[in-house]
Design a protein around this ligand. Structure first.
Ligand SMILES: Nc1ncnc2c1ncn2[C@@H]1O[C@H](COP(=O)(O)OP(=O)(O)OP(=O)(O)O)[C@@H](O)[C@H]1O
Ligand SMILES: Cc1cn([C@H]2C[C@H](O)[C@@H](COP(=O)(O)O)O2)c(=O)[nH]c1=O
Length: 679
């Protein structure tokens, strides 16, 4: 399952390389927003005196020229990001942007403004996927979502900063410069942001080199087509693409008719500002709070759900023609979009291979822009063609015109694509959504029951507990007692019950293995267990024996999960797979404070035993938590008592699950120990 953020991650900005990349991104974003304001202002001042229409065309032209390169060059940009050294790509792009922005006020003509803007956008297309594809190389997977939240914060949060900065620079320019040079200061400032970004990234040696020029790589064209094919054949990315198309089509439709809708609802500029503010507020809330509230919830599911949620908000926006309500609903719409945006980004970063990540980001970015361009052009027209309609409903009349139809259609598109994305990407098939959501909201993730194992005729007993709790002693006493009653008993232990297991045990407990990573340790214990189950436990159960094991899966959950602080549910998954879901019929937990257990030893500590005190405290808490979650399948015993008292309590509990009575004639039939039959 694609989950992130199961625990509160430490500040991602404490990762130095990411912090530097983030600073560069913030500067670039600031420059991007500033450039929109400065370039439109410059276009307007160059065409001053040529009439309102010419001025409008000049300003509109800047916006079109800014969007066009994405349509033409997006795929190529992704291939470059995957093929060439990403650090170098970003540095070169920043230097080119620096040069172009310096040149715009120096040349000072409208044609050059258009050409330079076009070129800036072209090269920016190479910068963005290179940056997006680099973040997962600098940030561990579990902190990727946080990193993306911060990246989106600087991308969109720099817009109001740029607006404020532009006003300050304009004030200074007004005092110092002639009318037609008033945007110059902002443009020079903008150029400097890119220069600083270039220097910052140049010093970022941690970005992995992609020196693929020296090895055989497919042509750029092949890379593009391969990238597209990858998008088409990968369920997750296909779902993301479909969802993004829907989300941005809906978003574009809202932007396209927002002004007209606010006017139709008799709102003015302030109301229009409120609607826009609501979108951004909602997005910010969605980006930051959504994933936090649903920590532990499948990100693949969250992506589709957030689009579906936004679609419902849009339906209400379309039919409830009341301005204050529309503003409130718009916040929800923004929140859905924000969650989808950050989740989608994180999924590409964490799930898509490094080799094709740049192309995937580029594909999504160009797709988004194309969709926006088309929808922005079509929706106002469509709304106008449908026109205004008023329906008489007895006493009251209800106005429903082209704008409402467009919004409803957009909601429908978002709804359909959201559902398709959800179904395509669902990584928790078979798990009811309501339970999954409830689990995420309450912080107790819902895990479906593992498929019931075909019941073996035997009985499986596991002894668990911390160091020196008396597991070996009690497991041995229980086995003797059961044998005395005539049962076929197999006594075994973990780790090290098989030939291979013995080697693994030696590696695991040898103090020379210091530095073994927690995940490797988990896998080695799981490997020992897989071999143990396949070669010792399952065959014994199949023939009807009672298996008594000294340690089993719970030791991994307690030591590696709680002790080493790895995600417990992930360790459970690995072990479910390793054991093909073999769960003990009864687990006997011998509970004792760690120091009391250690007092019972005379021999030197092995690698695990020599872990610090708080590690063993966590292990003990872990065992108790596991037992508390399934009281029917556990017997928790106070292991500080005498051996006799403990074994009596254990026998009483085991007796409850023994087949009763053992048929006396079974020995005659098998001429060995009686087989156990289902009670
Ligand atoms: N109830 C008890 N009271 C006092 N000493 C005990 C008790 N049970 C076991 N012991 C002693 O404590 C020591 C450790 O016991 P045992 O080997 O059974 O523990 P364990 O839990 O299997 O240890 P490990 O963590 O090494 O697997 C042994 O010397 C044993 O004789
Ligand atoms: C099965 C299992 C064991 N461990 C640890 C627990 C102990 O410190 C040692 C085993 O030693 P013992 O004397 O045989 O009890 O390994 C673990 O960390 N994870 C496991 O899954």
């Amino acid at each position: 399952m694609t989950r992130t953020g199961t625990a509160e991650p430490p500040g991602v900005l404490s990762i130095k390389p990411f912090r530097r990349l983030w600073i560069a991104l913030s500067l670039s974003s600031l420059g991007d927003w500033l450039s929109i304001l400065a370039l439109t202002a410059l276009a307007s001042s160059i065409t001053m005196g040529s009439g309102f229409q010419a001025q409008s065309y000049a300003v509109g032209g800047v916006l079109i020229v800014k969007m066009l390169p994405a349509v033409l060059l997006g795929p190529l940009a992704g291939a470059v990001a995957d093929r060439f050294d990403r650090r170098l790509t970003m540095v070169i792009v920043d230097l080119v942007r620096f040069g172009l922005f310096v040149s715009i006020p120096l040349v000072g003509t409208l044609p050059w403004l258009f050409v330079a803007t076009f070129l800036v956008e072209c090269v920016t297309l190479f910068w963005l996927p290179a940056k997006d594809a680099t973040v997962p190389n600098l940030v561990p997977r579990e902190r990727l979502e946080r990193a993306n939240q911060l990246s989106l914060l600087s991308t969109y949060g720099s817009a109001p900063v740029a607006a404020g900065l532009f006003s300050v620079l304009a004030l200074i320019s007004n005092a110092l410069l002639a009318q037609d040079h008033r945007a110059d200061l902002a443009l020079y400032f903008n150029a400097v942001t890119f220069l600083i970004s270039a220097i910052t990234i140049y010093t970022l040696k941690e970005i992995p080199r992609h020196d693929r020029q020296h090895v055989s790589v497919p042509s750029v064209f092949r890379q593009i087509t391969e990238g597209w094919r990858f998008v088409g054949r990968t369920r997750l990315v296909r779902g993301l693409v479909i969802g993004m198309i829907g989300a941005f089509a809906a978003g574009g439709a809202v932007i396209g008719v927002a002004r007209m809708y606010v006017e139709a609802l008799r709102g003015g500029d302030a109301a229009y500002g409120a609607v826009f503010g609501a979108v951004f507020l909602g997005m910010a809330v969605g980006i930051f709070l959504g994933p936090r509230m649903l920590r532990g919830f499948s990100r693949s599911r969250l992506f589709g759900l957030s689009i579906i949620g936004a679609a419902f908000a849009l339906v209400l926006i379309a039919v409830i023609t009341n301005l204050p309500v529309v503003v409130v609903l718009t916040t929800f719409l923004g929140a859905g979009a924000g969650i989808a945006w950050v989740t989608g980004y994180t999924l590409v970063g964490s799930e898509v291979e490094d080799e094709v990540r740049g192309r995937t980001f580029a594909f999504l970015q160009s797709l988004v822009r194309i969709v926006l361009l088309v929808v922005l052009a079509v929706t106002p027209l469509a709304a106008g063609v449908i026109g205004a309609h008023e329906f008489d409903l007895g006493e009251v009349s209800y106005r429903f015109d082209g704008i409402n139809v467009v919004l409803l259609a957009a909601a429908l598109v978002a709804l359909i694509t959201g559902v398709i994305a959800y179904r395509q990407m669902d990584d928790r098939r078979g798990v009811p959504l309501s339970r999954d959501l409830m689990g995420a909201l309450t912080g107790v993730p819902y895990e479906p029951e593992p498929p019931a194992r075909p019941r073996s005729p035997g009985l499986f007993l596991a002894f668990e507990g911390g160091e020196g709790a008396g597991k070996t002693t009690q497991a041995r006493l229980a086995a003797i007692w059961l044998r005395d009653q005539g049962f076929d008993v197999v006594s075994t232990n973990e780790p090290g019950a098989t030939k291979v297991g013995m080697r693994l045990r030696a590696i695991l407990l040898d103090r020379e293995s210091a530095g073994l990573s927690a995940r490797a340790e988990t896998m080695l214990y799981a490997a020992d267990r897989a071999d143990h189950v396949a070669n010792v436990i399952r065959p014994a159960l199949e023939r009807g024996a009672i298996v008594v094991t000294d340690r089993y899966i719970d030791s991994s959950l307690a030591y590696q999960g709680y002790g080493r602080q790895l995600p417990v549910e992930e360790i459970a998954k690995v072990n479910e797979w390793a054991t093909a879901n073999l769960v003990p019929d009864l687990t006997i937990l011998l509970d004792i404070p760690p120091e009391a257990g250690f007092d019972r030893f005379a021999y030197p500590a092995d690698r695990m035993e020599s872990e610090p005190r708080d590690f063993h405290d966590r292990v003990r808490r872990g065992f108790r938590t596991l037992a508390a979650a399934e009281p029917d399948r556990y017997l928790v015993v106070d292991a500080s008592r005498s051996q006799t008292d403990i074994s009596r309590e254990i026998q009483d509990r085991i007796r409850q699950i023994l087949p009763d009575p053992v048929p006396a004639q079974s020995e005659d039939v098998t001429s060995t120990f009686p087989a156990i039959r289902d009670a």
